[in-house]
Design a protein around this ligand. Sequence first.
Ligand code: PLP
Length: 445
Amino acid sequence: MKKTRNNLKETKYYNSGIELWKEAEKIIPGGNGLLSKRPQRYLPDFWPTYYKRSKKLNIWDLNGKKYTDMAQMGVGTCILGYSNDVINKKIIKSIKDGNNSTLNSKDEFILAKKLLKIDKFAEQVKFARGGGEAIDIAIRIARASTKRDNIIFSGYHGWYDWYLATNLTKKNGLKDHLLPGLDPMGVPKKLKNTVKPLRYNDIKELTKIKNPKSYAAFILEPCRFFYPEKKFIKKVNEFCKKNKICLIIDEITTGFRETLGGIYKKVGLNPDMVVYGKGLGNGHPISCIVGKKKFLKYSNQSFISSTAWTERSGFVAACAVIDFIKSKKVTSQISKNGKFLKKEWIKISKKNKIDISVSEFNALPTFYFNYEKQNEKLYTIFTYEMLKRNYLASNSVYLSYAHKKKDLKKYLLNFDIVIKIIKKYIDGKLQFNFKTRYQGFKRLN
Ligand SMILES: Cc1ncc(COP(=O)(O)O)c(C=O)c1O
């Protein structure tokens, strides 16, 4: 007879965050401001959803229960671990000294200098707070400097009009770029045909682009889970140079994770602008565009200005993060641990006769079940069983400096146990009756 494991609600694993979420959904559209922190993406019925406290690689939920984060680490922001003492000390001092004033914070200048040392190709820097916001600025600059309107992109680049306009031309134009199923409601219809999605490595499509000189920018992620092919990178560089198209590299997810700065150097891209966010502030909101002066100077000629961009703590956080990464082996540790995790995932899965594959980018290790229609259910079971063992876990891990080898080894012992449970489910010896998570980065209604 099949056993059923399905009701956390009747156990000590139940959590008041689940109730609160239901209330929040009534007064905050969507429940919160970020798709990636919605419980439906992990374990709709049981994900703790809210936190009281976070430190290093741990999170305490509303009931004070402690978890190890082997999932998103603040959606990829906290590369040094949660509430890092060194960064905290500097931010607390800056707050005590006044986080805002009528005059400017010198930290803006200091951070600009630090970034220009990292990105040697660049001559100027412009700061913002959000990732998508910084991308929107980069797009405006590209349009202003080239006097052209159209944009080509490969990847996910935020929520702004220029990007969502893709789906005005073709209903599911964003399907291959992490966000299928978005309705461009509220995006001016006049933006139709201003943006062209290009699938990674699709050289054929790139060479077929009509009227290339109508394009202001080509924006792409240097990688997400897999690296682009070398010949694609070569073509992108050539295409942009030949047609005087501004090449923008979106390092919001990849930056400061595996290298100090971006990984565009590693993959061989020749940018005109690079955009950073997320990891740059270790969870404190700060983003920036670094780039060639011939482009960046247009950010002053066009009108791009905002009060919150001059607040001090974002600059202080980013300066402290850069200094920390330079003083410790942060990026090499993250990269080595990612490689180790992927190797062990494969080993354990093979031993238990479970078919998985893994991603390439070491700093964001990800495993994939190869069971087609069953996959989403398997990921949900994985999260459920790991949660019972006090882990917040999904199939992608945003590793941080706080994740040490001993933590990974402990996690892997639990991974082994949970993979055995998944094998039983696949073999029809176990049942789970809870709601399955929503697939990937998909619209949640
Ligand atoms: C590559 C990339 N670009 C842009 C964004 C948007 O950044 P934000 O969510 O800070 O607006 C993200 C966020 O996940 C991202 O991964």
